[in-house]
Design a protein around this ligand. Sequence first.
Ligand SMILES: *Cc1c(COP(=O)(O)O)cnc(C)c1O
Ligand code: SF4
Length: 387
Amino acid sequence: MENKKNVGSVDEEPGGSIEESGSDNAVLVITSCQNWHTAYKNSLRSVEDLSRYLSLSEEDKTNLRQVAKTYHMRITPHYFSLIKDYADTKDPIRMQCVPSPEEIRQEEHERIDPLSEEKTSPVPCLVHRYPDRVLLLVTGKCFMYCRHCTRKRLWHTKLAEPTLKDIDLALTYVQDNPQIREVIISGGDPLTLPTERLDYILSSVVRRTNVEVVRIGTRSPVVMPERIDDNLCKVLEKYHNLWVNVQFNHPREVNPDSIAACGKLQRCGIPISNQSVLLRGVNDDPQVMIELCRKLQAIRVRPYYMYQCDPVVGAWHFRTSVWRGIEILEKMRGHTGGLCIPTYVVDGIDGKGKIPISPNYLVSMSPDGVTLRNYKNETFFYYSPKG
Ligand SMILES: *Cc1c(COP(=O)(O)O)cnc(C)c1O
Ligand code: SF4
């Protein structure tokens, strides 16, 4: 593919070295590893890289350099190749990966850490907000920096690279709190870590006997499908209580490469769920969201959440009204299968947690029953037994 030629300056490997194998098929293993390492190195990282593909005026370049001073940029060759028309600044793929001058605008009500994750972090790299589950933030790195990311603050902080000692301490906390039954490995993108390190972390997590379920949050199948290679699968298939959550936001992201990546994970026995972010101009349209969710259902990736875009500084141009989200759900429920309908959630500011929001189907209540509304907007009384 034309975009896959070397466009960026060579950067360090994400978190480590190419894996070695003592076996006869070492060459094969290294080749398959180089695929994602090479794709990582060939990612677009600067305004100069971008200007080879996009026609940017001097003013555009100055503006983008300004944004790049505040926020990282990195775009994988695969994701960049999904842009249909490089001249179209409103392309939904382009909008998610190419920085915009709007990012340095700050609006009222916006925050650097909208979810107050720092406050609900009892030990470094761990967020404990709900009784029975925690987030373990294992890295701040991502293969691609999504322009709408809620954790933009982490891109620069020390927290970005927790040590194994930090992770061990966080897991001691998990062990000391037996009500915790689920650990969600997140970041950044945990799959940017070398496979052995990920294996080490997973094995440390599952060793805590109170941990019944492990979840990995990653956007790799969408932005860096090369990452889902045989080595990774060999490691992941060892863990039988593992779930993966991905982030597909637009139907065009569901393509042969990302489908193959999901398929490999599924063949490891891993169920995949999707968390979309509702983004203005990308997917804030019922038809686009329905197409996305149907495509996901067809590849057995379950639409799980549709997030309201958090009021994070630097993402105001992506935010839609909550009404828009409700309207999209209204057009989905009943009109398409329940298995391709996500729960629409607002993540409450200050760590209030995820709040599900839905069109209202319960019109009124009385001692005898309820008045309900169906997807065709017909209302009727439903007798409800007492007690
Ligand atoms: C989103 C989130 C979870 C997971 O919530 P689910 O509703 O189980 O997906 C857990 N902890 C924190 C801090 C979160 O933000
Ligand atoms: S992959 Fe997730 S954590 Fe990384 S930049 Fe995108 S939204 Fe943020």
